[in-house]
Write a protein that binds this ligand. Structure first.
Ligand code: TXA
Ligand code: MG
Length: 322
C-alpha cells in the first residue's frame, strides 16, 4: 500500500484545509499536538481506523484515543461525570485523556474502542483540534510511529517510519511536551491513573478534590485490548471453519462456502476478501451474534498477514474468552 506522503509546513495557509480533505476522504494524516505527532483518521470511518492499524503495523487492536474539538463533541460520544467534567474544564485543551463510558455504539466506530464500552477522549492543543472542528467529527490518533518504535516529536521522526504509508504529514516543528498524555480512568468505581504523563497526579487531585488510585492490583497499563470486551459474544466461537453447521452462526471472509444458507444466521466481514473492510466490520459482526440464544459461531479462516494478524489476535481472544 505504498503512496506518496505529502509534507506541508503548518505555516502554509493550505495546511489545515488539506488535512481536512484527506481525513474526510478516509485518508490518514500525521499532525502535531502538544504531546507527540498523532496518526490521524476519521474516528467514525471504520476503514480509516483500520488503515491506522495497518499503517502502524500493530499486531492487535488496542483501543485508540479519540480527539474532540470541543466539550459538545465529547458529550455526544461519552458520559462525563461531574468529576470528569472538572478535569476536562481545568485541563482541556491539554495533555490529559479521560477514559469514560461510551454513550452510543456507532460513534466512535467500534474499532476505535476495540469493542470496549469505554472510550478514551482528549481535546488537544493545536492543529489537530482545528481539524476536528472543521471536519465536524472526532479524530482517532495514536502516536504517529510504526508499532514498537519511539513516539515521534518531529515530522522527520514521523517520516522515518511512516513515509509512503500515509497521505500527509503537517510539519509544526518539535512538539512541546514530547511525551504522551496522562490517561485518567473515570469508568470504574474510583478515579484511576492509567498512564502517567505531562499532567501529574497532584495537579489532577487538586482539581478533582479526590484521591486518584493507581490501577487496580498493579495490573499492567498496556492491556485494555485484552480485557473481555463489550462485544465478546455469548456463544462458543470456532475459528478456521470450512463451513457452519445448522446450529452455528457464520462469520465469513471472501466467497462463502456451500451450506451458509442453512446456518442459524450469517454475515460476511468482506465478501471481496479485503482485510481493511474485514477489520472495520469485525466488532459489529461479533456484536451481531452476541445473543444468549445463539450458542455457537463459526468463523472462516482469515489470512494471517497484515491486518489479518490483528483480526486473528482479536478472534482468538473471542474464542478463548470464557
Ligand atoms: O498524547 C497522546 O495521548 C497521543 C497524542 C497523539 O494524542 N496519543 C497516544 O495514543 O499516545 P496511543 O494510541 O499511542 O495510546 C493510547 C493509549 C493506549 O495505551 C490505550 O491502551 C489507552 O490509550 N486507551 C485507549 N482507549 C482506552 C480505554 N477505553 N480504556 C483504557 N485505556 C484506553
Ligand atoms: Mg504510542
Amino acid at each position: 500500500m505504498s503512496q506518496i506522503t505529502q509534507r506541508l509546513s503548518l505555516d502554509n495557509p493550505a495546511a489545515i484545509d488539506t488535512a481536512v480533505r484527506v481525513l474526510a476522504a478516509g485518508g490518514l494524516a500525521a499532525v502535531p499536538t502538544e504531546t507527540v505527532y498523532g496518526l490521524c483518521g476519521d474516528a467514525t470511518n471504520g476503514k480509516a481506523v483500520a488503515g491506522i492499524f495497518e499503517a502502524k503495523g500493530r499486531p492487535s487492536f488496542n483501543p485508540l484515543i479519540c480527539h474532540v474539538a470541543d466539550l459538545a463533541m465529547a458529550h455526544e460520544i461519552a458520559v462525563l461525570s461531574a468529576e470528569a467534567l472538572r478535569v476536562a474544564e481545568r485541563f482541556w485543551p491539554g495533555p490529559v485523556t479521560l477514559v469514560l463510558p461510551t454513550r452510543r455504539d456507532d460513534i466512535p466506530h467500534p474499532l476505535v474502542t476495540a469493542g470496549l464500552a469505554t472510550v478514551a477522549l482528549r481535546m488537544p492543543v493545536g492543529p489537530l483540534r482545528d481539524i476536528a472542528q472543521r471536519l465536524g467529527r472526532p479524530i482517532a490518533a495514536p502516536s504517529a510511529n510504526r508499532s514498537g518504535r519511539v513516539s515521534p516529536t518531529t515530522a522527520d521522526h514521523v517520516l522515518r517510519t511512516l513515509d509512503g504509508r500515509i497521505a500527509l504529514v503537517l510539519d509544526g516543528g518539535a512538539t512541546p511536551h514530547g511525551l504522551e498524555s496522562t490517561i485518567v480512568g473515570f469508568a470504574g468505581e474510583t478515579v484511576s491513573l492509567l498512564r502517567p504523563g505531562p499532567i501529574g497526579t497532584p495537579e489532577l487531585e487538586a482539581s478533582l478534590g479526590l484521591p486518584i488510585h493507581a490501577r487496580e492490583n498493579g495490573a499492567p497499563l498496556t492491556a485494555p485490548g485484552q480485557l473481555r470486551s463489550h462485544y465478546a459474544p455469548h456463544g462458543r466461537v470456532r475459528l478456521d471453519a470450512d463451513r457452519p453447521s445448522a446450529e452455528e452462526c457464520w462469520i465469513g471472509f471472501g466467497a462463502d462456502p456451500d451450506g451458509v444458507d442453512q446456518a442459524r444466521a450469517a454475515t460476511n466481514l468482506s465478501p471481496a476478501g479485503d482485510l481493511r473492510e474485514a477489520a472495520a466490520n469485525l466488532f459489529a459482526a461479533l456484536s451481531l451474534f452476541d445473543d444468549p440464544d445463539l450458542d455457537a459461531i463459526a468463523v472462516a479462516p482469515i489470512p494471517d498477514v497484515g491486518l489479518g494478524v490483528a483480526i486473528n489476535d482479536r478472534l482468538k481472544r473471542a474464542a478463548a474468552d470464557r
